[in-house]
Write a protein that binds this ligand. Structure first.
Ligand code: HEM
Length: 72
C-alpha cells in the first residue's frame, strides 16, 4: 500500500550523486500535478483485474494494472 505520510528523506527514487536523475526538475512537478488532479477529481481507485508483472531482469514493474477510477 502507498503510504503518503511515510518518511521520504533518503529515498533513491530519482537516483543520487553524480548520476542522479537529470529529469527530476521536470518529473517532480509532473508527479505533483498528477497527484493533485487525482486527489481533486477521483474519490476511489479500484482494481478491476489481476496485475501482470513485466518480465525484466533489471527493472521491477508491471505490464498491466487494470483499474477503475471512481469520480469524486
Ligand atoms: C517519475 C519520473 C522519473 C523517475 C522515477 C526517474 C528515475 C531515475 C533514476 C532512479 C535515475 C538513476 C539511475 C541510476 O542511478 O542508474 C535516473 C537517471 C536519469 N534520468 Fe530519470 N527519472 C524520471 C524522469 C526522467 C525524465 C523526465 C528525464 C528526461 C527528461 C530523465 C532523465 C534521466 C537521465 C538522463 C538519467 C541519467 C543521469 C546520469 O546517469 O547521469 N528522467 N532517473
Amino acid at each position: 500500500m502507498f503510504n503518503v505520510s511515510r518518511r521520504a528523506i533518503g529515498h533513491v527514487g530519482l537516483g543520487f550523486g553524480i548520476h542522479a536523475c537529470v529529469g527530476m526538475a521536470m518529473a517532480r512537478p509532473e508527479g505533483e500535478a498528477m497527484l493533485t488532479a487525482l486527489a481533486r477529481h477521483v474519490r476511489k481507485i479500484e482494481p478491476t483485474g489481476e496485475p501482470r508483472r513485466m518480465l525484466n531482469n533489471t527493472l521491477r514493474g508491471l505490464e498491466s494494472l487494470p483499474l477503475r477510477l471512481v469520480p469524486a
